[in-house]
Design a protein around this ligand. Structure first.
Ligand SMILES: Cc1cc2nc3c(=O)[nH]c(=O)nc-3n(C[C@H](O)[C@H](O)[C@H](O)COP(=O)(O)OP(=O)(O)OC[C@H]3O[C@@H](n4cnc5c(N)ncnc54)[C@H](O)[C@@H]3O)c2cc1C
Length: 386
């Protein structure tokens, strides 16, 4: 049996794996992306919101994660910028609009909380300011009466992930990278100075391996004694029929699970973290009726005009959570084995994390960010999750 050999194997063809592979292919590296999905173009489940400001809901729920979130903020600013650069570099539209994001509050206490968050974020370099009800009505008259004010973040925006993922995939192939769909990696083992990857596709030998497998990353690392607690979080999305231009911003709520925006073609994409479930033997992400209804009801409470639009599609996808921060860099004690799992709002981080991961794989010391705080080393020696 001949064993295929590559310089770098990337496990996972989501936005992170595709972008990392693109950077490597552009450097002339022989790179192969393996993914267990049949149509390899990265997840098409996400909503394409470019998030930058911290979510006040998370700050309240997980106060212990705030130092990590604040440490990651410059990464989000740079990530939004990287998306715009990538669109220019690839010379194709992702319908990217950096029109800013509003985090809306429904009462004075919530508004004050946002105002304190806004001050901290300003000090950390974000372009943010508060808008009271009167100011908000001038820039976002589509918001309902329940909204008393909002924090505006200029760096936020939106894009169409279906266009972006396809464009990155095409660019990767044009740069000489290769894709292997329906290739579930089941084992990774050291093989002399290289790594051996095995699965139903056969055996592959790679000089270096980048694990960009999202929620699948933890299971690949566990047999090597590294307990990265990646958790698959199934989430719900709704999209309405097309309407005339109405919502110019990315809109999210300070306390409740809602994110919405309008695509260039007029549809309004509504998400915000409503749960879906993993069903059947293949653990397929599956829509919950309660999320469909709850999400739409909340959306039309925030933007009343949405109540007039018909829902045309709902879907469920899998998000990955770890500890709110990226897991990025070489695994200590495992030369040539790297991880690239983005922190929260992982699609926003995708191209930047892909670029930083590629830099790490190439052994570059002059990365744009110090990625040491995000090292998978923080999980080496950790107990296996129960
Ligand atoms: C409904 C929904 C909406 C979202 N909306 C937004 C948003 O608006 N903005 C935002 O910033 N983020 C959003 N996210 C989060 C974002 O989608 C993810 O964080 C991001 O796509 C992660 O990209 P990734 O490349 O790291 O992982 P993924 O896209 O999960 O890709 C990992 C790939 O690895 C493959 N894989 C896993 N294990 C193996 C294995 N053993 N062998 C081979 N292949 C394997 C998987 O099939 C998958 O294709 C959303 C998520 C969901 C679910």
């Amino acid at each position: 049996m001949t064993v295929r050999e590559v310089e770098v194997a990337v496990v996972g063809g989501g936005i992170v794996g595709l972008c990392a592979a693109l950077e490597l292919a552009r450097e002339g590296v022989d790179v192969l992306v393996l993914d267990d999905a049949a149509r390899l173009a990265g997840t098409t489940a996400n909503a394409g919101s470019l998030h930058v400001q911290m979510q006040s809901r998370f700050i309240r729920m997980y106060p212990d994660q705030v130092p990590g979130l604040e440490r990651s903020l410059p990464l989000y600013v740079a990530a939004a910028r990287r998306w715009a650069e990538l669109e220019r570099e690839l010379g194709t539209s992702f319908e990217l609009k950096a029109s800013g994001g509003l985090m809306v509050a429904e009462n004075a206490e919530s508004y004050e909380f946002l105002a304190r968050k806004c001050e901290r974020e300003k000090r950390l370099g974000l372009t943010v300011h508060m808008l009271d009800r009167a100011e908000l009505m001038r820039v976002a008259p589509y918001l309902g009466e329940a909204v008393v004010g909002a924090e505006f973040c200029a760096e936020e925006g939106k894009l169409n992930p279906l266009l972006a993922n396809q464009a990155v995939r095409r660019a990767l192939l044009a740069a000489g990278g290769a894709l292997l769909p329906e290739a579930r990696v089941e084992r990774i083992e050291r093989d002399g100075t290289a790594w051996r990857l095995e699965g139903p596709f056969g055996t592959l030998r790679a000089g270096r391996v980048l694990l960009a497998a999202g929620a699948g990353t933890g299971a690949l690392l566990a047999p090597l004694g590294i307990q990265v607690p990646t958790v698959a979080e199934p989430l719900h999305m709704n999209v309405t029929e097309a309407a005339a231009p109405l919502i110019g911003h990315l809109v999210q709520h300070a306390e409740r699970m809602i994110t919405l925006k309008q695509l260039a073609a007029g549809q309004v994409v509504i998400g915000g973290g409503w749960p879906a479930r993993l069903a059947g033997p293949r653990q397929h992400p599956t829509v919950e009726a309660s999320s469909l209804i709850g999400n739409l009801r909340l959306a039309s409470h925030i933007v009343p005009r949405l109540a007039r639009l018909r829902l045309i599609r709902s879907w469920a996808g899998v998000n990955t959570t770890v500890d709110g921060q990226c897991v990025l860099g070489e695994v200590p004690g495992r030369p040539g084995l790297f991880t690239a799992v983005p922190g929260d709002a992982g699609y926003t981080l995708g191209p930047l994390v892909g670029r930083l991961a590629a830099g790490a794989v190439l052994g570059r010391r002059d990365l744009d960010f110090d990625i040491r705080p995000f090292s998978p080393g923080r999980f080496v020696g950790a107990a296996a999750p129960a």
